[in-house]
Design a protein around this ligand. Structure first.
Ligand SMILES: [Zn+2]
Ligand SMILES: [Zn+2]
Length: 178
C-alpha cells in the first residue's frame, strides 16, 4: 500500500473495518484491497480474531480525547508492530515505503499500516481529526461510527448525511418546541 503523506487510506481502512467489521478473513482481505493494499498475506489461524483485536486497540486511539493520551497509545502500537522504513516494489505498485518486516501475517501487516497511517494523518492534518459521529452524542442515538476527518476545513462531525440530517432535525425541534 502507498501510504500517501497524509496516511489517508490507511485510516479510512481502519474506520471501515471498525464501522462494518467483515464476518470472515476473505472479507477483511477484500476491504484491504478496496482501500489500496495489493499484497498477499501469509494465512494463519486466528487472523480474523487478530484483526478484530487490532481494530479494538485502534478504537482506543479514536476514543482518546487528550492528544498526549492519543499519541501515547498510538506510539505503543507502532512500537509493537512497525519496523524501520523499507523501499519496496511489489504487485506493480511502483516503489514505495513499507513500515514493516516482510512476510507478515494479516494482523501484523494491518497493525503496522494502520498505526503508521494514523500517526501520519494526525500529525499532518491535526490531532483532532479522528473521533466518533457527533449524532451519537445525543442520549439514545445509536450511532457510534468512527469519523476520519479528511476535509479541507476540518469540520466533519458526522459519519453520513443521514446522521447530519437527523441531528439537524433534532436541533430544529429543540428550537421550536419552546
Ligand atoms: Zn506495499
Ligand atoms: Zn453517524
Amino acid at each position: 500500500m502507498h501510504l500517501n503523506p497524509y496516511g489517508e487510506y490507511a485510516v479510512l481502512l481502519a474506520a471501515s473495518l471498525a464501522n462494518d467489521f467483515p464476518s470472515d478473513r476473505p472479507g477483511i482481505i477484500a476491504r484491504a484491497r478496496e482501500l489500496g493494499m495489493t499484497m498477499d498475506f501469509t494465512p494463519a489461524d486466528g487472523d480474523h480474531a487478530g484483526v478484530r483485536q487490532i481494530v479494538d486497540d485502534w478504537l482506543a486511539v479514536v476514543d482518546a480525547k487528550d492528544p498526549l493520551e492519543r499519541a501515547t497509545l498510538l506510539n505503543a502500537q507502532m512500537a509493537a508492530e512497525a519496523a524501520y522504513p523499507r523501499m519496496v516494489d511489489h504487485d506493480g505498485e511502483g516503489w514505495h515505503l513499507h513500515y514493516r518486516d516482510d512476510n507478515q501475517t494479516l494482523p501484523h501487516a494491518l497493525r503496522a499500516v494502520i498505526s503508521v497511517g494514523t500517526a501520519l494523518h494526525l500529525t499532518t492534518r491535526g490531532m483532532g481529526r479522528l473521533g466518533r459521529c457527533a449524532a451519537g452524542d445525543t442520549p439514545g442515538d445509536p450511532c457510534a461510527a468512527v469519523v476520519v476527518d479528511v476535509t479541507r476545513n476540518g469540520r466533519q462531525e458526522y459519519c453520513s448525511v443521514r446522521c447530519a440530517n437527523r441531528a439537524a432535525v433534532r436541533r430544529h425541534r429543540a428550537r421550536y418546541s419552546g
